[in-house]
Design a protein around this ligand. Structure first.
Ligand code: NAI
Length: 283
């Protein structure tokens, strides 16, 4: 059965993209964030994205208005009870996510599916704090969501086949290619990507090369569309550090040790594009 109503929680870079693709696919979306300022920025961003598509002739003003009218902002988690699916895209932190899932479990009706866009945290552990582990699943979009076609779909230990099938179908309806991945730290994408980014940070930390030089080597030498440090700035250095910590903690293997320079930047508030400075400066 096709999912028609979705609550997206989080209005950061991932939440924005998820709301956009869901509304463009004709879904009714409730959008919640603890910060009303982030929600305000999020809806302005969506308006701007749609306006661009009008300017390019991809859609007209009526289409744009119709899409915007499908998105309702809310400050109340209670409204999740009116949705068939909740997609969580808040901070990459187990206790913060578990607290939210506990609350969602209380307000949602029995059949509501709770999906997390976590980059690396175990789905089974998030599901364990709810009374509906069968209805908790990982739906990991890539950044930027409207552009990237992959969705990693991760079952927790108890996730049912019906819930898995619904998320696969929804991913297809959103124009994405779902790939099944098992529930291990970092899944596939970040288990491979993050150690590369971390190693790039180590090369800067050890004075092997500048950030620009590292990125140039990877772009011109390996045909990567973005250098690893540009990509780290796009993802958010706080998110990169959180993922490395989760890999390190989850596998207890020193090969995942986060680079001290990454931690230092995060402590200094240099989070990448979202804070205006990371390995590069953004105006
Ligand atoms: P972000 O830092 O841009 O946005 C997070 C948003 O969540 C903020 O607007 C914040 O106000 C809100 N928030 C925090 N706690 C909340 C709560 N309890 N209730 C409601 N809203 C709350 O983060 P971003 O980059 O959008 O990441 C979100 C999730 O998506 C994380 O789990 C991250 O690992 C994952 N992810 C991130 C990717 C990336 O490239 N940044 C890629 C794929 C997944």
């Amino acid at each position: 059965m096709s999912i028609g109503t979705i609550m997206v929680i989080g209005a950061g870079q991932m939440g924005r993209g998820i709301v956009q693709v869901a509304a463009e696919a004709g879904k009714q979306v409730r959008w919640m964030d603890i910060s009303s300022a982030m929600l305000g920025k999020g809806i302005a961003y969506l308006d701007q994205q749609l306006e661009r598509s009008v300017a390019k002739g991809i859609r007209n003003q009526d289409d744009k208005s119709a899409i915007l009218s499908q998105v309702q902002l809310t400050a109340s988690l209670q409204e999740a009870s009116e949705c068939e699916l909740v997609i969580e895209a808040i901070a990459e932190n187990m206790s913060v996510k578990q607290a939210l899932f506990r609350e969602l479990d209380e307000v949602c009706t029995e059949g509501t599916i709770l999906a997390t866009n976590t980059s690396s945290l175990p789905i089974t552990e998030i599901a364990a704090v709810t009374s509906r582990a069968s209805h908790v699943i990982g739906m990991h979009f890539m950044n930027p969501v409207p552009v990237m076609r992959l969705v990693e779909v991760i079952r927790g230990l108890e996730t049912t086949q019906t819930v898995y099938d619904s998320i696969v179908q929804l991913s297809l309806e959103l124009g994405k290619t779902p790939v099944e991945v098992q529930d291990f730290p970092g899944f596939v994408s970040n288990r491979i990507l993050m150690p590369m980014i971390n190693e790039a940070v180590f090369t800067v930390y050890e004075g092997v090369a500048t950030a620009e030089a590292v990125d140039t080597v990877m772009k011109l030498g390996m045909r990567h569309p973005m250098g690893p440090l540009e990509l780290a700035d796009l993802i958010g250095l706080d998110t990169c550090l959180a993922i490395m910590d989760i890999l390190y903690e989850g596998f207890k293997d020193s090969k995942y040790r986060p680079c001290p320079l990454l931690r230092k930047y995060v402590k200094a508030g240099r989070l990448g594009r979202k804070s205006g400075q990371g390995f590069y400066t953004y105006t």
